[in-house]
Ligand binder design. Sequence first.
Ligand code: AMP
Length: 280
Amino acid sequence: MKTLKTVTEVRAYRKAKKGTIGFVPTMGCLHEGHLSLIKAARKENDLVVISIFVNPKQFGPKEDFRKYPRDLKRDERLAKKAGVDIIFYPSVKEVYPESYRTHVEVNDITERLCGRQRPGHFRGVTTVVAKLFNIVRPDRAYFGQKDAQQAIVIKQMARDLNMDIEIKVMPTVREADGLAMSSRNAYLSKRERKDAPVLYESLILARDLIEAGDFDTKKIKGHMKRLIDSTGSTYIDYISFSRLEDLKEVKKAGENTLIALAVRMGKTRLIDNIIIGGRV
Ligand code: AMP
């Protein structure tokens, strides 16, 4: 396994190698969620490239860009063990030189759910992923359902811009108590960590209600809200029931309904989701 820091090196590697490339873009601080994407890429491709890049363009001015956890040595160890061939680990200057002026923007679906509270976030994501796709030129790229809206936005971008890359979306990997794995879980205090599984518990509650024949999303949201609020250490950013294909809110839950939520615990913002009878 090699860690490459420049676009020139990655291009040279790409030119020299034959075979299919599976690509996993990450912001590092690797956990089992990332490793599941790497595993899928390993299975389906000749070569596996991952990127580790904390992308300043997808963080708002008051967000955690500076304190986002970084640990390259640990990531290299885990990536090597998982069978990664190349880590692309560029500097911010390598990705965005001073003269940088181009952005990629997907409309409409990026203004919903997380887009409301994080203006410019998805523009940052699509810009960096489009660049990474052009640098690595993978055959397949792997994303997690954990960030369902992100995966939907990337799929839209790839389709709209005729990118010849298969976008694969893999299931959310969870801790034993149901909390979705995330690099940001490291920010949680002991008390917050204890309460954090309530996000997934509220999603399961919603699924149980729907399975019992209750489809009224307003009513279900009320039940979810009460459960989450009962922990005392949470602030709900949003609970959303939307159509998977265009993220438009629905009054009645059913097939292909994405149930997604964002909850703040202290300074940490956690997200999670499930899909009723469908997949991204
Ligand atoms: P990040 O490093 O947080 O930007 O995540 C990189 C990729 O890993 C994204 O496609 C995420 O959706 C995916 N990912 C993050 N957490 C999980 C998880 N718990 N299960 C599955 N995929 C995940």
